[in-house]
Structures are given as C-alpha cells and as structure tokens.
Design a protein around this ligand. Structure first.
Ligand SMILES: Cc1cc2nc3c(=O)[nH]c(=O)nc-3n(C[C@H](O)[C@H](O)[C@H](O)COP(=O)(O)OP(=O)(O)OC[C@H]3O[C@@H](n4cnc5c(N)ncnc54)[C@H](O)[C@@H]3O)c2cc1C
Length: 426
C-alpha cells in the first residue's frame, strides 16, 4: 500500500530552481513538499560561477553572501582571446550588485535547500519522483508518485512544480518535449589544485589553441568551444569548456581530449596537469533560450533547466533558475488564494506570459548571437575587432550577462533594453 501525503505545492527537484521556488512559496505561509532524489551535500556538474544576477537572487532568499560566510567574491570578467587579455568589471547598477561569486555546487545547493527548509518547506531527500498523478476529471496533474526509503509515496497538491533539471522526466511525462529549434550547449568541467585558486576575476577563453609541437607538419590549430577558469578559493580552480550545437564540431567531439589539449598549452605553473586534478572530468547539457514550453500546463509549472532557461549568451543557468522560481512562487501564491478553479487557472496562465515578457526578447537575440558565432569566421572577426575596444567590450559584457537597469540606465542599457523589447519573444 502506498502512503499519501498532502501539501499546497509539490516541488520536484531541489537544485537552485526548486529550492528558490520552495523558499518563496514557504515564505508566504504555504505548505511546500520539496522532493529531491539525492541527499545533500551532493555534487552537480557546473562551472560554479555566479554573476551579479545570481547574487541578487541569493539576497532575495535572505542568504548572506559575504566572504566571511564562505563565498569567493569576484570583480568581473577577464576575457582572453585574439592575443588579448581584457578585464571588464561588473557594471555599477541600481538593479544588481557589482560583484559575482564562486561556490561549488556541493555547497551551494545545500545552502539553498537549507534556506528553503528554514522558511518552512519540508525537504524529502532520497525521494525520486517516478510519475505524475493525474486527475481523471480534469486531466490536470494532482500530485506525483515517488520512490522513497519507506517505499512508494504519493504526494498530492493542486499545483506541482517541475524543477528536475534538463532532462525533466516529469515535464516529459506531461507531454512537454524539448524544442530542437533552440540552442543547446554541452560542457565539461573538473577541478585542479592551482595557485590561481583565489583569482578574483571570472576568466573566460574565447579561443582554445592546440599549439604546434615542432614535429613535421604540425601547426597551431584552433579548437572548437569556449573555456573558463574560475578560482574556487579552496586551493582549487574549476576549469571547463563548452560547445554550442550551432558549432560544426558539435556532436562529434572528444570533450575530455579537448580539455586536455587546451590545458596542456597553459603555463605549467598554473597547475592544470593530470597530477593536480582532484575530480573526474564530468559533462552535462545546457538547455537554452526556453527550449521546453509552455512553462505552465495542466497544473504543472516549469522552472529553471526543466524549462530550458539557460542564457544563450553566456551559459549562465543558476540565476535564471532562481529568478523563475521566485516568479513562479509569486504566481502560485496568488493562484492558490483564488476561491474558484477557473480563477486559479487564469492566475497560473500568467506565469508563461511573465517569463516571455521578461526574458523572451532577450533570448531571441541570444539565439541569433549563438547562430552567428557558430561560424568560426564570425567569432574570429568579432574577437579581433571587438576586444581592442574597451567601451565596446563593456557593452558586450552588459549584453552577455544581461546586466542593465530597466529604468534610468545609461545609453548602453537603453540600447540593450530596446533590442530585447523589439525582438519577438522566444
Ligand atoms: C558543465 C556545466 C557548467 C555550468 N556552469 C555554470 C555556471 O558557471 N554558472 C551558471 O549559472 N550556470 C552554469 N551551468 C548551468 C547550471 O548548472 C544549470 O542551469 C542549473 O543547475 C539549473 O538549475 P535547476 O535547479 O533548474 O536544475 P538542476 O541544478 O539540474 O537541479 C535539478 C534537481 O532535481 C533533482 N531531480 C531530478 N530528477 C528528479 C526526480 N525524478 N525526483 C526528484 N528529484 C529529481 C536533481 O537531483 C537535482 O537536484 C553549467 C552547466 C554545466 C553542464
């Protein structure tokens, strides 16, 4: 006999999207069941880099992001490419702080889940959701079944949130497939003991080179993909690279070999060599530009990677996971306060519209950008001619990290906001 437990909202997955949703829902006094198949602390494949957008979302969850609380702060982005090395500080804005962070996901996701619990959400670890439970009358989701240490448990709620990441079995089971007309990335990362571990800039490599080794016929070769080196501050650096599906190399690449070849060209003293590697090289997908839609259907709300919310410009997914969680919580709280089923449904339908208004145009511009840089020649031209112009690069940073003031911003903000407004929503 399976047990049944009731809640106001069931949230499936306790990554940044799920924990942020659960935190904001619980803060309004709702009874939230947060279901997670693993147990914290646990690893998650990621670059561990957080922009000022993510810092804002952490602050909105009441999380202390000071260095004293264990966060590694950074000043901005260092870009390496076209023979140049450029440091661009995070912009000074009313809307976002001027610092970013690095924290391993082993710690980060644990901190967020605990914060959701502090706000009153009930976290069920080692609880693997297996299927939606549908209302026979309406066809809407009415809960989920899960495999737990106590056997099968059914969690029932009028609204269920899919925060179960890129593969989102729950969304799939509700008939929501991935769209293949949206950008997708694949990235790998690992950690090395390195003297660069306390670098206070996020370092991004626009060109990865495999240098000639002096043997006959050998020559410098440009490798596909973009790399990063993020100091974690604990003696190690998170190092990785990603490739977009618009690149001709996508789908037939030996990612581990690629990472090795790139890092072998970096200075020996940085330490990015096999003997200093502290973790296996692991990879995962980055679903971009709203690759699963609609974000609300039949009682199911999609947040974070389950709704393909990674920013196509820079591969950042954590901030969007947390922001969508906050928006979803606000909408769900309003919906659950409505006295009728029709009223509730109308309120929930607002969620995909808000997402489209907030990110849709920007993601469309991002999709065009990703398409353009899929052509090596465009990327080469942009690197050669863009990087030598600091003012242009400040604009590019604002655009790529989606950091502008919506009201009263500078002329760069106005151009970026106008672009996003004018582009059709993704
Ligand atoms: C190599 C790599 C590097 C990246 N680097 C960065 C970076 O530096 N900065 C950044 O902002 N973003 C980065 N991203 C993207 C970022 O990792 C994701 O966008 C982010 O994790 C999305 O959060 P989420 O909560 O939606 O999903 P996830 O973090 O994937 O969380 C989903 C959760 O759901 C749980 N779950 C899944 N299925 C079930 C189930 N059936 N039942 C119960 N629980 C379930 C999982 O265990 C997991 O805890 C990177 C991604 C990759 C692959």
């Amino acid at each position: 006999m399976s047990q049944t437990r009731d809640a106001d909202v069931v949230v499936v997955g306790a990554g940044p999207a799920g924990s942020a949703t659960a935190y904001h829902l619980a803060s309004t006094g709702l009874d939230v069941a947060l279901l997670e198949k693993t147990a914290f602390p646990r690893e998650k494949v990621c670059g561990d880099g957080l922009t000022p957008r993510a810092v804002m979302s952490l602050t909105a969850m009441g999380i202390d992001t000071s260095e004293a609380a264990g966060w590694m702060h950074n000043k901005g982005l260092r870009i390496i490419g076209g023979g140049m090395r450029l440091e661009i500080p995070w912009p000074e804005l009313a809307s976002y702080p001027a610092y970013g962070l690095v924290r391993t996901r082993t710690d980060f996701d644990d901190v967020l889940a605990r914060q959701a619990v502090k706000a009153g959400a009930v976290l069920h670890e080692r609880t693997s959701v297996t299927a939606p439970v549908l209302s026979e009358r309406t066809g809407h989701i009415a809960g989920v079944t899960a495999r737990t240490e106590d056997g099968e448990v059914t969690y029932r709620a009028p609204v269920v949130v899919a925060a179960d990441g890129n593969s989102s079995r729950l969304a799939l089971a509700m008939g929501l497939q991935k769209r293949d007309d949206r950008p997708m990335g694949v990235a790998v990362r690992t950690y090395y003991t390195s003297p660069r571990h306390n670098d206070d800039w996020l370092e991004s490599w626009l060109e990865l080179w495999d240098r000639a080794d002096g043997s006959p016929g050998s020559r410098d070769r440009l490798l596909p993909g973009y790399g990063w080196i993020f100091g974690v501050g604990d003696g190690t650096s998170n190092v990785g690279l990603g490739i977009l599906n618009t690149s001709t190399a996508f789908g037939h690449v030996d990612y581990k070999g690629l990472l090795r070849r790139w890092l072998d060209q970096t200075p020996e003293e940085w330490g990015f060599r096999e003997e200093n590697r502290t973790q296996p090289v692991r990879g995962a997908a980055l679903p971009m530009g709203f690759n699963r839609q609609p974000h609300y259907t039949r009682g199911l709300v999609l947040v974070g990677d389950s709704g393909g919310m990674v920013n196509p410009f820079n591969g950042e997914g954590i901030a969007y996971a947390m922001e969508s969680g906050e928006v979803a919580a606000r909408v769900i709280a309003q919906a659950l306060a409505r006295p009728t089923a029709d009223g509730r449904e109308r309120a929930l339908q607002a969620y995909p519209q808000i997402l489209k208004q907030t990110y849709g145009g920007y993601y469309t511009v991002g999709r065009l950008f990703v398409k353009a840089i899929g052509d090596d020649r465009v990327m080469k031209l942009a690197t050669r001619h863009g990087l030598p112009h600091p003012l242009l690069m400040r604009f590019v940073l604002k655009l790529m990290a989606n950091l502008t003031d919506p009201r009263g911003g500078d002329p760069m903000d106005k151009v970026i906001n106008a672009l996003s407004r004018l582009a059709p929503a993704a």
